[in-house]
Ligand binder design. Structure first.
Ligand code: DX5
Ligand code: ZN
Length: 219
């Protein structure tokens, strides 16, 4: 599978959003990762659909929205209308997962399900037919700049194997948290093909060189 990168805006200069996004685009980054935190599901509060709408107006890049919110049910319409291309909900959130995933697709958007590091990967298996992507969190959600949790690699491997066995060859597996040139190698080898990166990309001296390195095929 081709490897894609998704730049997490959490680590960019938020006062210069449009500039930072165009820098990512020029560096060959594929997607923009938009972390929505509600101060309940996780500690921090970041940004919501009005900010996504402004981002949408500033770029044609693929917008990947990661909802770290207690109940995403009523947020789907708002983020879909604001211009999301893909919406990821958490398996640990309080909602009817199947109904919300269906609602995302009904609105013409790609749907994804995320699991925190301690949530068994088997949790997502009953929903794979409703998902374009599964996000395997490689840190506890809540903050950028944390260290990668190695125990998550086995979950990626198990998920890729299960998806292949089910004939779901197109399922994207995304990883998020602590991804750098070193950990990228491990997750790609295990079967991940969409790499979220905040700190590594936005703090890089040469974003293009780092992005190229992240996107290199697994060896
Ligand atoms: C964490 C967020 C991540 C975060 C990743 O809860 O979901 O997207 O921004 O940041 P880095 O790449 O710095 O670990
Ligand atoms: Zn994220």
């Amino acid at each position: 599978m081709t490897i894609k990168t998704s730049a997490s805006l959490l680590a960019c200069n938020l006062a210069q959003l449009a500039l930072e996004i165009s820098k990512a685009k020029k560096s060959g980054v594929d997607w923009v990762h938009f972390d929505v935190m509600d101060g309940v599901f996780v500690d921090q509060i970041t940004y919501g659909s009005p900010v996504l709408k402004a981002v949408r107006a500033s770029t044609d890049m693929f917008l990947d929205v990661h909802l770290m919110v207690e109940d995403p049910t009523d947020q789907i319409a708002l983020f879909a209308d604001a211009g999301a291309d893909m919406i990821t909900i958490h398996a640990e959130s309080f909602c009817t997962l199947a109904e919300v995933l269906k609602d995302i697709r009904k609105r013409g958007k790609k749907a994804a399900l995320a699991v925190k590091p301690l949530t068994p990967i088997e949790t997502v298996y009953p929903y794979l037919h409703l998902c374009d992507m599964v996000l395997v969190m490689t840190v506890e959600p809540g903050y950028g700049g944390q260290a990668f949790i190695p125990a998550t690699v086995d979950k990626i491997m198990a998920l890729r194997k299960t998806a292949d066995n089910l004939g779901l060859k197109e399922l994207d597996i995304q990883v998020d948290g602590g991804i750098d040139e070193k950990t990228a190698k491990l997750v790609k080898k295990a079967g991940a093909n969409v790499l979220v990166s905040g700190t590594t990309l936005f703090k890089a001296e040469n974003m293009r060189a780092v992005n190229d390195e992240l996107k290199k095929a697994a060896d």
